[in-house]
Ligand binder design. Structure first.
Ligand SMILES: Cc1ncc(COP(=O)(O)O)c(C=O)c1O
Length: 391
């Protein structure tokens, strides 16, 4: 068994940027993010501005302010600003793509068994059939790419949806290679990058995918309700918004962004999140988080009797890591979901620690995240107390 990797040095002052409850070890940045205090403050000032004169906020200069935020955010993540729209979250962005493709009976959408659960509902809602490719946790890049390529059928497959960083398995997928393999087939690739902006070195355009959707409110320090959708030039005038409002004649991206009297303050405050990330140093933040997640995984696995050398390779540097929990196998998927939720809530209530517990093929996968506010002791404390809770 290899010895524990060293935990990283903390980034000075970074913990003070957050308002998380100090009584809780928050080891689940991945699920809903956490908004730095300066970003919360800017958003509150924007809300104050709205409430001081709502008519002025909504009718004078709002489109331009949204466009400014959009350009800033797109540029930060290497996405073409002219092809990028701000949307409320990844769920909405995926829905826009599916709606615009006009999918229906007889069409097929190919996904993998690492996809986010709501993608199934979204695809089913279109009438298309779903083909879900099994990808083993430790599958190498070549096998993943070949599995996707072999699963598609030109003429029948209308879309491939692959995660960049999967939620249930924290696996980094080789989406650039998948995009390359699909080139020339006429089958577009939609990358579900919900976890990608801010968590990994991301250059959206360099992925070469057709569509990309990613949350800025997870690892990009934006207020919740901030995500990007990117669309290639050939598709921009075929994008059909889910809701048609006053920007409808303007076409993409404004027609997707503007939905009437909504709360646009998350988008306008989002550049402050990116400013915060830039001030800390995006590479330093990523290196810290990846090293701490790896450390946390190692101490937890060891405490639970799982040989760290047998843990699945995440496919690259990601700030979330898995520990497959020993001793459970559920034949009934509903029972696995119930057990996962119950365990997650017990860990929160009894051990004062927030983690994700994801059911995957009848097994429960403990997923820990690492962010600049986390410390090695938080994982160590969980490792000391979790075995007793699981017994
Ligand atoms: C891979 C993946 N896709 C989609 C989503 C949905 O994100 P949201 O709830 O922000 O729409 C998530 C959320 O965690 C996710 O992890």
């Amino acid at each position: 068994m290899t010895s524990a990797p060293s935990p990283p040095e903390p980034l000075p002052g970074a913990r003070l940027l957050f308002s998380l409850d100090p009584a809780i070890a928050y080891l689940n940045h991945g699920s809903a993010g956490a908004v730095p205090v300066p970003v919360q403050r800017v958003q509150q000032r924007l809300r104050d501005e709205v409430d001081a004169n709502p008519q002025r906020f909504y009718t004078r200069g709002l489109y331009e302010r949204i466009a400014h935020a959009r350009r800033h955010i797109a540029g930060f993540f290497g996405a073409d600003p002219d092809g990028t729209a701000l949307v409320a979250n990844t769920t909405v962005g995926i829905a826009v793509v599916l709606h615009s493709l006009g999918l229906g009976t007889g069409d097929e959408v190919v996904t993998t068994d690492h996809r986010y659960g709501t993608v199934d509902y979204a695809v089913d809602g279109t009438g298309a059939t779903r083909r879900t490719i099994p990808i083993p946790l430790d599958a190498p890049t070549g096998k993943i790419v070949a599995a996707v390529r072999d699963a598609v059928t030109p003429g029948r497959t209308r879309l491939v949806v692959v995660d960049l960083v999967a939620s249930s398995t924290a696996r980094l997928f080789p989406v650039a290679e998948i995009a390359q393999a699909l080139r020339g087939t006429g089958i577009p690739l939609l990358v579900d990058g919900a976890h990608a902006p801010g968590s990994i070195a991301l250059d959206v355009d360099a992925l070469g995918a057709d569509f990309f959707v990613g949350n800025v409110h997870k690892w990009g320090f934006a207020p919740r309700g901030t995500a990007i959708l990117t669309v290639p030039p050939a598709w921009r005038n075929r994008i059909r918004p889910l809701v048609r409002s006053w920007a409808d004649p303007d076409g993409y991206p404004a027609n997707v962004e503007y939905g009437g009297t909504l709360d646009y303050t998350p988008w306008l405050a989002a550049p402050t999140g990116l400013f915060t990330l830039r001030t800390l140093g995006p590479e330093r933040v990523r290196a810290h988080n990846v090293a701490l997640a790896r450390y946390g995984q190692h101490v937890l696995a060891t405490a639970l009797g799982v040989d760290p050398d047998t843990l699945p390779d995440p496919g690259g540097p990601v700030p979330m890591r898995l520990i497959p929990l020993p001793g459970n196998g559920f034949a009934d998927p509903t029972a696995a979901v119930t057990a996962a939720v119950a365990l997650r809530d017990r860990i929160a209530d009894e051990l004062r620690t927030e983690v994700a517990v994801n059911p995957w093929h009848g097994r429960l996968l403990l997923r820990v995240s690492a962010q600049v506010y986390n410390r090695p002791e938080e994982y160590e404390r969980l490792a000391q107390r979790l075995p007793a809770l699981l017994r």
